[in-house]
Write a protein that binds this ligand. Structure first.
Ligand SMILES: Nc1ncnc2c1ncn2[C@@H]1O[C@H](COP(=O)(O)OP(=O)(O)O)[C@@H](O)[C@H]1O
Ligand SMILES: [Mg+2]
Length: 271
């Protein structure tokens, strides 16, 4: 009995501690907004990650979306991290996501509350990152996932994230160079990681030093055996071609691009 109370007290204290740290670091949220975003369970999850040393401290918010917030953090070893926290009270979490979840053999049977689906969504992003990272695709290094909190490597330096592709202003030659790297990244992702990003565009590609590229936001990536795989791949290719063509790069035909990635011509695709 006493033990239970002690545990409860410890949990309460942990929640208060994490909450205070966040309120101090993230000035964009006042107390009321904070309560809406972070429920007690999420704070406990963060506490667990901190206790394990996966996260040592937070340094502020990188991105505040409707579905997730991303924080800059460091682990005990001093490595910079990006911590993506999926919002569990997000009513707009579309059931449409089920399409991605149920067809994923890695997850087993899918069902349950919205909260559970969001946990699965985070886990899936982690699995996608792991599979891509291990195959040599330039993506953030996955560190850990617990429930709705995903910890990955930070794409940037000294707290400054690298620019998204859409935020860059470069020469045609430089864009041509980046285009080849994006194509290679898509091909490695397809052949070695057996994944298709599914939402690739200038918004989910970051550019590092020496015109290096990183793919981010792999939550909706699908296995190449997904029934709509060719459709998703073709859509990624069209987005990429559209962006680079608009910068004056001589891009491949969509079908040629597809063939370079997969080694075969696309079947007829409904658009
Ligand atoms: N690993 C990372 N390192 C640095 N910045 C990141 C990282 N992941 C995401 N970001 C930043 O956060 C933004 C949102 O992340 P993203 O995963 O694309 O989520 P969503 O588009 O679902 O809000 C990105 O546009 C980028 O600016
Ligand atoms: Mg994104």
């Amino acid at each position: 009995m006493e033990e239970r109370w002690a545990r409860r007290l410890e949990r309460q204290e942990a929640i208060v501690e994490v909450r205070n740290r966040f309120l101090e670091k993230d000035r964009s949220l006042d107390r009321a907004a904070f309560e809406e975003v972070f429920d007690a369970r999420t704070l406990l999850t963060i506490y667990r990650l901190m206790k394990r040393g996966v996260i040592d401290d937070f340094y502020g918010v990188i991105s505040a979306g409707k579905e997730s917030r991303i924080y800059h953090a460091k682990n005990r070893a001093g490595e910079e991290l990006a911590v993506k926290i999926y919002l569990v009270n997000n009513r707009e979490f579309r059931k449409g996501r089920l399409e991605y979840l149920v067809s994923d053999v890695r997850l087993g049977r899918v069902g349950g509350s919205i909260r559970k689906l969001i946990y699965l969504w985070a886990k899936r992003e982690f699995l996608n990152l792991k599979q891509a990272y291990e195959a040599g695709v330039p993506v953030p290094k996955p560190h850990a996932v617990i429930d709705n909190v995903l910890v990955m490597g930070f794409i940037g330096e000294n707290g400054q994230r690298y620019p998204l592709l859409r935020e860059t202003a470069l020469s045609v030659d430089e864009y041509a160079d980046i285009y080849r790297k994006v194509l290679e990244g898509i091909a490695t992702q397809y052949r070695r990681a057996e994944l298709i990003h599914g939402d690739l565009s200038e918004y989910n590609i970051m550019c590092g030093p020496s015109l290096s590229v990183y793919f981010i936001d792999l939550s909706q990536a699908v296995l190449i055996h997904h029934p709509r795989a060719d459709f998703y791949l073709m859509r990624d290719i069209r987005n990429v071609n559209r962006f680079f063509a608009s910068k004056g790069v001589e891009v491949l035909e969509d079908e040629e691009f597809f063939e370079e990635v997969t080694g075969r011509r696309p079947y007829e695709l409904a658009v």
